[in-house]
Design a binder for this molecule. Structure first.
Ligand SMILES: *[C@@H]1O[C@H](CO)[C@@H](O)[C@H](O)[C@H]1NC(C)=O
Ligand SMILES: *[C@@H]1O[C@H](CO)[C@@H](O)[C@H](O)[C@H]1NC(C)=O
Ligand SMILES: *[C@@H]1O[C@H](CO)[C@@H](O)[C@H](O)[C@H]1NC(C)=O
Ligand SMILES: *[C@@H]1O[C@H](CO)[C@@H](O)[C@H](O)[C@H]1NC(C)=O
Length: 417
């Protein structure tokens, strides 16, 4: 009886091994078949050091050896995620074997990866702040990001320089635009609006091919993946087109309910510093309004609205958004304050219940608190992210994972918080 048992165990072991071998051979042939034409990024190497400048050199430098696995000096500087059919790393390779990842990758290859679109408007002295915001998005995010950066012309070269030095990350893509108005009656817009303050209102009209967009102010910091707020788009019901957080939790210190001379959304208004938009729906919708009895489209409502309320608005485009959603409340998805956490939530005692329970998801350092000493905690988080180092990985096409757009197990994040 005992001998019988041993034979069974032996057979099982042999069976398992041959299965493993067959599987690995299959995976190799799939790999080779897919290797050539895919056009997938060939190597991902990341190394952010404070300031971003040095990162460029290292990223470019380490991309070389990855293309020629076999050099013995590669272990010194970076780690490698290596594919080997026998599930063992060759002696000269340090790092992680990607056996399962490669198999998994094949099964997912057919699904196109959705990009998260993130827009920001940067004017004046906001370069460093904007880059820190983008960095916080890159550090935590899972899906690839597409940045839409609207900036004054004199900032373009600086943005290009730094973002190109990060491009070895291969988890993002960016487009840089001048401050722009819709081509129809651009001149009239320019006369009426302060260009930088109102740019975001025109995003649905300028980015015509983009379905959905997350707009954020430059003084935003992501403390968790952008994917998380992006997933709220799927929670919109059929009438909702945009999502924002309330301007205040506590009406006694609210601004709109005490001072506004125009209509506003809900009890205390909404804050537009973090605004999630399904722009397809915004472009399609006809909006109720208090100017005519007919409903107007997004492109037609802004100008008459501004003309009517020009003398009564204080916070520019945010006020216009409040007026629009006052008349169309069914179109707004209101997310809790932890997605747009501002000093107002803790200045006069803590009044963001959700953040107390679940934490802060997106930090909004308005009133300049990243740069003065009024709110040391806000400033500390800003500086930690600004100085954060991200050190990574080399991944040739064989080791590249579409799951995470890199070798996930090899991504090291060192942020000094
Ligand atoms: C970056 O965006 C362009 C279009 O703007 C696209 O063709 C290209 O494939 C993108 N790159 C990556 C790595 O996704
Ligand atoms: C602007 O504010 C004034 C003073 O509060 C008010 O009388 C007027 O009706 C407001 N204008 C509009 C268009 O609401
Ligand atoms: C935005 O709305 C359009 C039209 O309803 C829909 O087809 C699309 O899937 C929505 N986008 C997202 C990201 O949910
Ligand atoms: C969608 O949600 C909003 C806000 O909760 C609500 O006012 C609206 O009636 C809902 N629309 C539908 C079709 O249920």
């Amino acid at each position: 009886m005992r001998r019988y048992l041993r034979v069974v165990v032996l057979c099982l072991a042999c069976g398992f091994c041959s299965l493993l071998y067959a599987f690995s051979q299959l995976a190799v042939s799939l790999e080779e078949g897919a290797g050539g034409g895919g056009g997938k990024p060939q190597a991902a190497a990341a190394s952010w050091l404070a300031g971003g400048g040095r990162g460029a050199g290292r990223g470019a430098g380490s991309a070389g050896p990855a293309a020629h696995p076999g050099r013995s000096d590669r272990c010194k500087d970076f780690c490698l995620c290596y594919w080997n059919p026998y599930w063992m790393l060759p002696s000269d390779v340090c790092g992680m074997n990607c056996f399962w990842e490669a198999a998994f990758r094949y099964s997912l290859k057919m699904q196109p990866v959705e990009r998260v679109h993130l827009a920001v408007v940067a004017c004046g002295e906001r370069l460093e702040e904007t880059l820190t915001m983008l960095k916080s998005a890159l550090i935590f995010s899972i899906k690839p990001l597409q940045f839409h950066i609207f900036a004054e012309d004199q900032l373009h070269d600086s943005f290009k320089g730094i973002l190109n030095s990060w491009s070895f990350l291969q988890t993002f893509n960016y487009s840089l635009y001048p401050i722009t108005f819709p081509s129809e009656n651009a001149a009239e817009w320019k006369k009426l609006f302060k260009p930088c303050a109102s740019q975001r209102l025109f995003l649905p009209l300028i980015l015509k091919e983009v379905d959905s967009l997350l707009y954020v102010d430059t003084d935003i910091l992501f403390l968790r993946p952008v994917d998380d707020i992006w997933s709220l788009l799927k929670k919109f019901n059929s009438t909702q087109i945009a999502a924002m957080a309330p301007e205040h939790e506590e009406p006694r210190i609210g601004w709109y309910n005490r001072f506004a001379r125009h209509p506003y959304y809900g009890k205390t208004g909404v804050n537009s510093g973090v605004m999630l938009m399904n722009m397809t729906r915004m472009r399609r919708k006809y909006f109720k309004n208090d100017m005519t009895t007919v409903r107007l489209r997004w492109g037609d409502i802004l100008m008459p609205l501004l003309k009517k309320y020009k003398l009564n608005i204080t916070w520019g485009d945010q006020d216009l958004l409040n007026i629009i959603f006052f008349h169309n409340p069914e179109s707004l998805f209101v997310f809790p304050c932890q997605w747009n956490y501002r000093p107002d939530h803790c200045i006069y005692g803590s009044n963001c219940q959700e953040a107390e329970e679940e934490g802060i998801f997106i930090l909004h350092g308005n009133r300049g608190v990243y740069h003065d000493d009024k709110q040391p905690a806000f400033r500390a988080i800003y500086e930690a992210l600004r100085n954060s180092k991200k050190k990574t990985t080399v991944c040739s096409s064989h080791y590249y994972s579409p799951l995470s757009h890199s070798c996930p197990s090899m991504l090291f994040i060192h942020s000094e918080m």
